[in-house]
Ligand binder design. Structure first.
Ligand SMILES: Nc1ncnc2c1ncn2[C@@H]1O[C@H](COP(=O)(O)OP(=O)(O)O)[C@@H](O)[C@H]1O
Ligand SMILES: [Mg+2]
Length: 330
């Protein structure tokens, strides 16, 4: 699929939606998080507002403290109209292209799987998004150890998170823009830092700076960055194939497709499942699908959609078993 320019898509109902849906979206009883392009709704709000402009970002948003920093963005917990928001600033001019790519993707991919965009200012290199106090998915274990969240530290909730993670990959691989590869994922901590844990315990994608497009019909595949990747976390096809004696050369490095994301699923899911009562039983039921994800040949790995289906079946099966077991105990 072709990528479409995003500018100037304000106003009329989005073309990809049937007219009736467009009308529903813009009526007064709007569902949170489901606004037409160029608009947002926050928290419990039932109306959609246009993305904030440069002027509004400059005058209405007050940065309070730095809550995160990556290679491309420094993120500040900020205040806007007495609400908490996240203001991201470009860290250095050399990575401005990544920053702008991330902004384009954020604009185009607004959905339940992606952090809500509230506004941006290209002149100032700033992006405003919804703030998620639980922060990066990398904090999961620490969050689950807090008294407030301990009751959520069950295999059910943790498997639900793994489902959410695979649902995001499925969304990217079949996105409105085409098949996108989640490239910013060269190791586990890095991968986790691209996602946020929401207060209602779901996952949203937050960092969309490295999402190259695969076009299977034209044979256009991708490479994640221009540097050599190492280790078992990345897929085998992402490693330099010509041995240690041949120095790495970007233009000789073969390209690959979205199946590199599938290779990483078992490791991310295993982190999400953690070590609680029942998580080994879940691992046992996911064994076969995870084995398939680790096929050396990318084409032999399942799609994200197939993994998601299997996860859903396992969740249903184990839930039913758990329910009938607790009935028997009564
Ligand atoms: N909306 C947000 N709410 C809370 N924390 C955030 C938010 N956005 C980013 N962060 C924090 O900032 C970190 C860096 O953000 P990220 O977008 O990944 O920057 P970079 O593109 O530089 O990697 C995240 O890992 C997370 O900890
Ligand atoms: Mg990041």
């Amino acid at each position: 699929m072709e990528t479409r320019p995003l500018e100037g898509r304000k106003g009329p109902a989005p073309r990809e939606l049937p007219p009736a849906v467009g009308l529903l979206l813009r009526g007064p009883g709007v569902q949170p998080g489901r606004c037409p392009p160029g608009h947002f709704s926050m928290g419990q709000a039932t109306t959609c507002s246009p993305w904030l402009s440069c002027e509004q970002l400059r005058t209405e948003v007050r940065p309070l403290k730095c809550v995160g920093e990556g290679a491309v963005k420094t993120v500040f917990l900020s205040e806007w109209k007495e609400r908490k928001v996240a203001l991201s600033r470009l860290t250095r001019p050399e990575v401005r292209d990544d920053f702008l790519h991330g902004l384009r993707m954020l604009q185009a991919l607004q959905s339940e799987h992606v952090v809500t965009l509230l506004g941006y200012c290209e002149d100032d290199d700033t992006i405003l998004t919804e703030y998620h106090p639980l922060g990066s998915l990398g904090n999961l274990e620490a969050t689950l150890n807090l008294a407030k969240y301990r009751s959520l530290n069950t295999w059910q909730h943790r498997l639900q998170l793994a489902l959410g993670y695979v649902a995001i990959l499925d969304f990217l691989h079949r996105s409105p823009l085409g098949t996108l590869v989640m490239c910013d994922s060269s190791d586990l901590p890095k991968t986790l830092s691209q996602y946020l844990l929401t207060a209602n315990f779901s996952i949203v994608l937050n960092d969309l700076d490295a999402l190259p497009l695969v076009n299977h019909s034209s044979g256009a595949l991708v490479k994640c960055g221009h540097r050599e990747l190492h280790g078992d976390f990345v897929a085998p096809e992402q490693l330099w194939p010509f041995g240690e004696d041949v120095p790495f050369q970007d233009d000789l490095m073969p390209t690959y497709d979205e199946k590199s994301d599938i290779w990483k699923i078992p490791d991310v899911s295993s982190f999400l499942l953690g070590h609680v009562e029942g998580s080994d039983m879940v691992r046992f039921h996911l064994f076969d699908i995870h084995k398939a994800c680790k096929s050396q040949v990318p084409a032999e790995r399942p799609t994200a959609q197939a993994v998601l289906d299997t996860y859903q079946k396992v969740l249903n099966l184990l839930r039913d078993t758990a329910t009938s077991q607790s009935r028997e105990m009564l």
